[in-house]
Design a protein around this ligand. Structure first.
Ligand SMILES: Cc1cc2nc3c(=O)[nH]c(=O)nc-3n(C[C@H](O)[C@H](O)[C@H](O)COP(=O)(O)OP(=O)(O)OC[C@H]3O[C@@H](n4cnc5c(N)ncnc54)[C@H](O)[C@@H]3O)c2cc1C
Length: 554
């Protein structure tokens, strides 16, 4: 094992890690090493319709499971499935590619928590814009970036979209730009795609430069096992390579941890940075006590299955993913292969909880409409041959409950113990029930959906059938059974001021009390954004790199 030294080592070539390594190596002044646990994505991963297959393939993912939840996912014994990208590009190499930033209020709140105005929306806008090349359907404005590496486009094949937007208008909502400042609104979905193919953080920020930048080295199949510490300073990384050897590499300037909301807290804790009792129970000597792994947040979803009487309006994988359509896709980049699971439409609305807390203009529910589900356990309904199921997936957009990620004391190399603590805050129940009532209103009371005969099938969940069907008590029972994880884990290395008992990094993303170490990924979010999180994570990558360069490129 030879001694290798770089200016910067980025651990984790995922969504934020590829942005950070790409930007840090851009001016040619610094030697950058990017370590990634997984391999190089294959071209088929860029085909949207194949995403659901890759999301469950252990070759390209970590497949974690939560500890049993007491209030949620009871239809699945309380266990939440947690797929994560283990590949260059990380989860951006296999996610659904929804691209939407979140509310300006989300970022203004971060700025307040971190006591640093550079995190407010008006300043974060430059970081969003830097990544983007906006080609969506809303007119170009100073809110959109042009010329960045991530092309943002609308979905040309979106059969259920018009009905959804018309229903929103019927309920007096506006139709707004998902990548402008978020409003209470109904919106189409925009995606990071070019000619119907995925753009991941790897294909945008690393792949084009991998051979031309001699100062950028990418090592795949490199699983970091611990940081090399000299007292309170991070000076390098130990990793397990593809031959199962432990290799040590050194950073003369900084180590940047971008291993995601589970990987980053795990690596810090394994290296002696974390809660005292967690480290003690694993026999790891404590270097710095910090609340690493607390503050876990997600966007839990309660899936609701409805029925409409027009099959042609929906994506049906069996009917639509044909060899002819694959040929069409390969020739022209259009048609059903450009969609991931038939997701077309969304809305941002405020619950009664947001309204009661004076936040009626800050959405806390995000709806997504799916034309397909991967879930079992929903009530069994009989469909007529002319009928089609559709699925409303309201997300709890700004959940109040907080969970934890801890090392497994029986073996720190196992997946961590992940407890979402879903619905531990009673306000989350109320928001979820509001989102169900709202779904019924959209489907049963608006002309566009009534025209389609939209209906909620009168089939109760067996375990809830003793309760009056569709009463609040019934829905509470339904939610406990059916609420699942939203695949948007964030918050486990919280950004905050040094007096904040939950803070792990400061507003420049430096680990508090440790030199030479930052965290740059989903973990740093103090509070989750009410939007699919990747756009904000790309922006965290941009801002993190910007802060690092400000310090070292003077
Ligand atoms: C099924 C699914 C669908 C989703 N759909 C959407 C969507 O449509 N829109 C959206 O906005 N968001 C979506 N998300 C969420 C979003 O993609 C993720 O939140 C985001 O990509 C996470 O970014 P990250 O940089 O924090 O972590 P990741 O992108 O997960 O990157 C972490 C990287 O670190 C590597 N790593 C971990 N540990 C180590 C280690 N010890 N050593 C070396 N490398 C390590 C991993 O292999 C990985 O490459 C989805 C997520 C899932 C799972």
């Amino acid at each position: 094992t030879k001694i290798d030294s770089y200016d910067f080592i980025v651990v984790g070539g995922g969504t934020a890690g590829c942005v950070a390594a790409g930007r840090l190596s851009e001016n040619g002044k610094f030697n950058v090493l990017l370590l990634e646990a997984g391999g190089v994505p294959i071209d088929d991963m860029d085909i949207p319709a194949f995403a659901p297959t890759f999301q469950v393939d252990p070759e390209w993912t970590f497949q974690y499971k939560s500890v049993p939840q007491t209030n949620a996912s009871l239809a699945y014994n309380g266990i939440v499935n947690i797929p994560l990208g283990r590949v260059l590009g990380g989860t951006s190499s296999l996610n659904y590619m929804f691209f939407n930033r979140g509310s300006p209020k989300d970022f203004d709140n971060w700025a307040r928590i971190a006591d640093d105005p550079s995190w407010n929306y008006s300043n974060m806008l430059q970081h969003f814009k830097k990544s983007e090349d906006y080609a969506g359907e809303f007119p170009p404005t100073d809110q959109h970036g042009i010329g960045g590496p991530i092309l943002i486009t609308n979905q040309s094949y979106a059969p259920g979209l018009e009905t959804w937007l018309e229903a929103g208008i019927a309920l007096n909502y506006s139709v707004a730009d998902p990548n402008g400042p978020q409003k209470i609104s109904f919106t189409p979905i925009e995606y990071n795609k070019r000619a119907g193919r995925r753009i991941s953080s790897y294909t945008a920020f690393i792949k084009p430069f991998e051979n031309s930048r001699s100062n950028l080295k990418v090592v795949t199949r490199a699983y970091a096992t611990e940081l090399v510490m000299e007292g309170n300073k991070a000076v390098g990384v130990k990793y397990n390579n593809s031959n199962n050897e432990i290799i040590s590499v050194y950073a003369t300037k900084e180590v940047i941890v971008s291993a995601g909301a589970y990987g980053s807290p795990m690596l810090l804790m394994k290296s002696g940075i974390g809660p005292k009792e967690v480290l003690e129970s694993s026999g790891i000597p404590l270097i710095k006590e910090l609340p690493v792994g607390n503050n876990l947040q997600d966007h839990p979803i309660v899936p609701i299955q409805l029925i409409i009487n027009n099959k042609s309006l929906l994506f049906d994988p069996v009917r639509d993913l044909t060899p002819e359509n694959l040929e069409l896709y390969q020739r022209e980049g259009v048609g059903p292969y450009t969609t991931t699971a038939g997701l077309f439409a969304q809305a941002y609305v405020a619950s009664t909880v947001a309204t009661a807390e004076g936040e009626e203009d800050w959405a806390d529910i995000q709806f997504s409409m799916y034309a397909q589900t991967f879930l079992t356990g929903l009530p069994d309904v009989n469909l007529g041959s002319w009928e089609a199921p559709i699925f409303a997936y309201p997300y709890l957009g700004r959940q109040k409950s907080r969970g934890t990620v801890k090392l497994d004391p029986t073996n720190i190399n196992n997946q961590p113990l992940i407890d979402f603590n879903f619905l531990s805050d009673p306000r989350d129940f109320q928001i979820t029930i509001d989102s169900i009532q709202m779904t019924m209103k959209i489907m049963e009371e608006t002309v566009p959906y009534r025209f389609l005969g939209a209906r909620y099938p009168p089939v109760p969940l067996t375990v809830c059938q003793h309760l009056h069907f569709r009463s609040e008590e019934y829905w509470e029972c339904y939610v406990k059974q059916m609420l699942v994880g939203g695949n948007h884990p964030v918050g486990t290395c919280k950004m905050g001021v040094s007096t904040d008992p939950e803070a792990v990094v400061d507003s420049k993303l430096r680990v508090i009390g440790i030199d030479g170490l930052r965290v740059v990924d989903a973990s740093i979010m103090p509070v989750i954004t009410n939007a699919n999180v990747q756009a904000a994570i790309f922006a965290i990558g941009e801002k993190g790199a910007d802060e690092i360069l400000k310090e070292w490129d003077r």
